[in-house]
Design a protein around this ligand. Sequence first.
Ligand code: BES
Ligand code: MN
Ligand code: ZN
Length: 531
Amino acid sequence: MPAVTPQILVSDKCPTNVDVTTVLVPVWGAEAPADKKSEDAPKPALPESKALSCMAEGMGLPIYAIAAEEKFTGTLAKTLVFRMPESTDHKIKRVVLLGLGEAKKLTLGKLTMAIASGLKAIQGWDEDLQKVGISLPKPYELFGGSLHTAEPLKTSITTEEITLAVTRGVFAVTYKALEAKKPAKPFAKLVYLTPEVATVEQTLPLAIALNEGRSLTKDLVNMPANTKTTQSLVDAAKSIADEFASVDITVVDDVAWIEKEMPCFYQVARGSVATDPPKWIHLVYKGANPTRKIALVGKSVIFDTGGYQVKPGDSMVTMKGDMAGGASVLGTLRTIAKVAPAHLELHVFLAATPNKIDSDAMVPDSIVNTTCGKTVEIRHTDAEGRLTLIDAVTLACKQEPEAIVTVATLTGAAMMAVGRTIALMSNCPVWGDLVHAGAVVAGEPVQALTVTPEDFENIQSKAEGADLRNTNKGRTRGAQTAAAFVMEGADEGVPLVHLDIAGADMTDDEKATAYSVGSLVHFLLALPAQK
Ligand code: BES
Ligand code: MN
Ligand code: ZN
């Protein structure tokens, strides 16, 4: 995958002694109260940044005065650009102050967003001005907790997390879909300016690997519907296995095998066997000394038309992204393989098929089998994701993982409930919290929903001959009942964490976010080698 990886250097020197032409300096903000006159507006609180003090002192740069004159108060993501007087002592031509808003309200997600908007301004400049020094903010105490979490899971931000958040901002700006008319282009040069050189340098390989993984996920999600097939996911999976000796791959494309061994998944595939036959993809990463075994299962519906109960009009738009779960677990695996943690054995599963129709496609009122042996009454052909996942989860259990994480664009209900946020559900609060903590460190928006015994009760079928039904009775708790259905596939006692990314997989303007990749990577890397 041609992810554009920038070269990033790290330096604790004063920017005047570094070969950069532009310096980006994040600044804490103090919002001006709306009813106050501008002369009363508080001055921005400049961070204790070595980069800034070097420039201010060494070059006699009146930063406070300029900021006040320009009424720059450090509002989140607002920038103030000023040209440097020509000098023979240094190469700096532009300094960009970048607002971070109030320190107490800053989160890792907002930091990424601010860095991205600061860099976006620079991106349009000519090559020479794209030699950019980025002054990293100092680690600080966080009082407000993390965005989208009720409990303040985090009380401070570390140098490692700042490095990760800033690098995510860099990639957010340089990433372009493979189909884009103008290909992605890295900055001519990036230097992270920080007194913590060793810590930042140690974190960079993970930061870069993670963002390469995210780029792979985005490439697959962004791919147009008319060129995306089950083979696209197979190709991406194979290229990871080709790249890393630590990764093995098995692909089953024998439709008769799928019909027999994964009969519920097969129901979804029936409508497109002739045009885009299903694939069962299993990848495994093995570290040097694996003590922790985890399985990830990603919903991989190549395009979701809804089936015979076809999606009306506009609700079919964006359904090219219904394989975002599969794309996310591939991006996660790619990242893990690159970072190569010794303690992990990571199994990744994708049951890939479109949800389309031909004369053999599934119809409602059918009663079908599953790999786990439970029978399912088909109530809605558009509730197809759970039909693919229930069998995938059962086969994942055969590897005897300690826990399974499913990632899926599963329900419109999750999107209604949490918007562009990951909805996290689990059958085990301990494992749920571990994945939740991963999301917080990743700066990915996450919110927990609770799956109750009533949700399992709700999806019991009333039809004779069927155990489960693939829709909920009534109009409430669509996300939790879908999660309960998927959990029915897991062996007794296997912890399952379910991430419904129906709202989180794309931005408002329908660009892939790769949300869940960071959550999963941090969750996996944080597992101690010994249980
Ligand atoms: N892929 C959709 C869910 C979805 C909706 C993802 C919007 C992203 C944006 C899923 O297969 C689906 O159609 N779910 C139905 C289930 C219903 C028929 C029980 C839904 O949520 O409406
Ligand atoms: Mn559907
Ligand atoms: Zn779907």
